[in-house]
Design a protein around this ligand. Structure first.
Ligand code: HEC
Length: 255
């Protein structure tokens, strides 16, 4: 009996210990309003275009976007000529007719290039950390777009008594790295000049790039929402039919 009580006490103690460890790590990520939330949620094309501009002008110097091809940008409302022009801004390794290494201009079928030639170079340029590919990041992190938005705007002075390592920044949402991140603050007011004239506040820039990254991670979101809706409608109609059929069949037997 004693043994059982001891074992139970030990389990309880362990459970509360692990709970407290997790509690310490848990960060509250405030929920944000996104046009793509909810059953009827849709992407805002103009916002995605602004987000692409932010990615290209700020994030692309460190982060790849390897699952997004230029032709995918048609979903943002760009036409073929615009996509060709986007692609042509980048260069890709190629081999010429003599068999020597050369470069060619990007094509709509190319994917966004990696800013670094290899991982070691990327780490050496980033205080030892690897800037992750951003194609799926919005799906890969708990909190998704809410987390991304708060992470990129969550830079502040470290709390008293905390020493931040050289080259690192304090970020209250980066719990996976003990609140010290190897990415310095990237977004400030007017860091970009929007092609569509929108005022580029820190909040706006962060929201736009987050929406764009969410589209990159889930380009079929709108199709998923409308299929979901059609399936629900079908189920409702089917349930009603089944109900009336049941009533008709049982009407005879009830008499
Ligand atoms: C100067 C290089 C640089 C630029 C520019 C940059 N980042 Fe980063 N980013 C990094 C590095 C390095 C890391 C890895 C940080 C770490 O692990 O400590 C990182 C990590 C991240 C992460 C992952 C955080 C996590 O949970 O692991 C996200 C998301 C991110 N960056 C988004 C962005 C966005 C969006 C932009 C553009 C607005 C951007 N970054 C611009 C260097 C950069």
């Amino acid at each position: 009996m004693k043994k059982i009580i001891l074992a139970a006490a030990a389990t309880l103690a362990l459970a509360s210990f692990t709970a407290s460890v997790f509690a310490a790590e848990e960060v509250h990520i405030p929920k944000e309003q996104w046009s793509f939330n909810g059953t009827f949620g849709k992407f805002d094309r103009l916002q995605l275009q602004r987000g692409l501009q932010v990615y290209k002008e700020i994030c692309a110097s460190c982060h790849s976007l390897k699952y997004v091809a230029f032709r995918n940008l048609a979903a943002l409302g760009y036409n073929e000529a615009q996509i060709k022009a986007f692609a042509a801004e980048y260069e890709y390794p190629d081999i010429d007719d003599e068999g020597s290494d050369t470069k060619r201009k990007g094509l709509p079928s190319d994917y966004f290039p990696n800013p670094y030639p290899n991982e070691k170079f990327a780490r050496a340029s980033s205080n030892g950390a690897l800037p992750p590919d951003l194609s799926l990041i919005s799906k890969a992190r708990e909190g998704g777009p809410d987390y991304l938005f708060h992470l990129i705007t969550g830079y502040e002075d470290p709390p008293a008594g905390m020493t931040v390592m050289d080259g690192m920044s304090y970020n209250k949402y980066f719990s996976s790295g003990n609140f010290q991140i190897a990415m310095v603050k990237q977004i400030e007011d007017d860091k970009v000049t929007y092609a569509d004239g929108t005022k580029a506040t820190t909040d706006q820039i962060a929201r736009d790039v987050t929406a764009f990254l969410h589209w990159a991670a889930e380009p079929m979101l709108e199709a998923r929402h409308s299929t979901g809706l059609r399936v629900m409608l079908y189920m409702i109609v089917f349930t009603l039919l089944a109900y009336f059929l049941k009533r008709r069949i049982w009407a005879r037997l009830d008499k």
